[in-house]
Design a protein around this ligand. Structure first.
Ligand SMILES: [Zn+2]
Length: 428
């Protein structure tokens, strides 16, 4: 079996293979740390955590980079509203985010770059785009010229006329000073009077949002790498613009081999959003449910699905995660009988069958909703059988697949790794 992953750009599932000898490069757009994390964020990061774990399970070395957008319009606006220093505001929310993700047993990234520490890399990329004719200066701003990039739209598949309204909803200011086209996007801009500012060849200012991720991903993973992910609402214009910038600056394409997007979360049939006041906060859920129950709820949905949150599903996941833990514990009690799990050929045929179907589901674009019933079937065997060998093997397999791949703690497995400190990138 081969892992096949869906690529948003080519709109197909393709067999996964690393591009070269080195580790698999994986970049996931991180949080803009100005607000409390909601379950939609957790769905994205848990989904990519399962991918991270599965790639490692399959024997790939992975270099996982997840950025922090610690200078950005939204963050600066919030800092102004609160009268708080933007870096202090960011640090507060980064700490909360890491604490919540640790409770969800998330493997932290290898590199955790902060935008504010990568201004020189962003400026170097802007300079290359200007030299190459993809960008222009106007009144202290530098804009990317969408007209200079004929394949703009290849990722989202959006026709040109549909792009502007969506871009405007997601941070674009169409009538910004000196723009030749309302869709042209900011690479560099003058800072407001109370905003941070860095010197640059184009005047003092700060970077645009999209260039941050192009510069940080390229800095740690090179001009071409395997996987770039994020929530589905980032595909346009954020990731579309990243492609144009990164390929425009490096001259190499494709920038990313697999673009992967996690589905959005709804609440009782409505879009989950701050304006509707129906955000399900991770912090609140963690006060009522253990991390395993939340993770079980999340992986019971396919990562690309639009999911709808109902409290009753959380209750069901609480019971289901408890049953998996019970099965894993049974096996632990019988540990002296544990088989050499490294040799699937010697497994009890019933266990081997469930394992094979679990892995086949994972290979099919991480179909966790199809994999999960196999795990529960193994748990049922472990709990119900009178046969010691079947009990111990089934219980062990629940732990092997449930903990290593789906990232459930099952309470018998020590926490894998502690979260990296937020400034780990400085040492990278
Ligand atoms: Zn990004």
């Amino acid at each position: 079996m081969t892992l096949r992953l869906y690529d948003t750009r080519t709109r197909e599932k393709r067999a996964f293979a690393p591009l070269g000898e080195g580790p698999v490069g994986m970049y996931v757009c991180g949080v803009t740390p100005y607000d409390t994390g909601h379950l939609g964020h957790a769905f994205t990061y848990v989904s990519f955590d399962v991918l991270h774990r599965y790639l490692e399970y399959l024997g790939h070395a992975v270099r996982y980079v997840q950025n922090l957008t610690d200078v950005d319009d939204d963050l600066l606006r919030r800092a102004r509203e609160l009268g708080e220093d933007y870096l202090a505001l960011g640090n507060r929310h980064v700490t909360a985010f890491l604490t919540e993700m640790a409770a969800l047993n998330w493997l932290p990234p290898d590199v955790y770059p902060r935008a504010t520490r990568h201004i020189p890399q962003m400026q170097a990329m802007v300079a290359r785009l200007l030299e190459g004719g993809c960008a222009y200066q106007a009144d202290g701003h530098v804009y990317f010229s969408v007209d200079a990039w004929p394949t703009y739209g290849e990722l989202s598949g959006l026709p040109r006329e549909a792009m502007l309204p969506i871009a405007n909803e997601r941070g674009n200011v169409p009538d910004m000073r000196g723009k030749r086209d309302p869709l042209d996007f900011v690479l560099w801009q003058p800072s407001g009077p109370d905003e941070p500012s860095w010197p640059s060849p184009w005047g003092p200012g700060r970077p645009g949002w999209h260039i941050e991720c192009s510069a940080m991903s390229t800095a740690y993973l090179g001009p071409r790498f395997e996987i770039h992910g994020g929530g589905a609402d980032l595909a346009f214009p954020h990731h579309e613009s990243e492609i144009a910038q990164s390929e425009g600056a490096s001259g190499e394409r494709p920038f990313v081999a697999w673009w992967m997007h996690a589905g959005m979360l709804g609440f009782d049939g409505e879009k989950m959003s701050k304006s509707l006041g129906n955000l399900v906060l991770v912090r609140d859920l963690l006060a009522s449910y253990p991390g395993d129950a939340i993770r079980h709820f999340l992986v019971s949905h396919h990562y690309r699905a639009e999911i709808d949150f109902h409290e009753s599903d959380m209750e069901a996941s609480l019971v289901a995660a408890g049953r998996l833990r019970q099965a894993a514990r049974l096996a632990e009690e019988l540990e002296p009988l544990a088989p050499a799990m490294a040799d699937p050929g010697s497994l009890h045929p019933v266990v081997a069958g469930h394992r094979a179907r679990f892995l086949a589901a994972m290979d099919d674009d991480l179909d966790t909703p199809a994999a999960l019933p196999e795990l529960h079937a193994l748990a049922a065997r472990a709990i119900e059988t009178d046969e010691p060998r079947l009990r111990v093997e089934a219980g062990w397999m629940v732990r092997e697949l449930g903990a290593r791949i789906l990232g459930l703690r099952l309470a018998t497995v020590p926490a894998s790794r502690e979260p990296a400190p937020p400034d780990a990138a400085v040492r990278a």
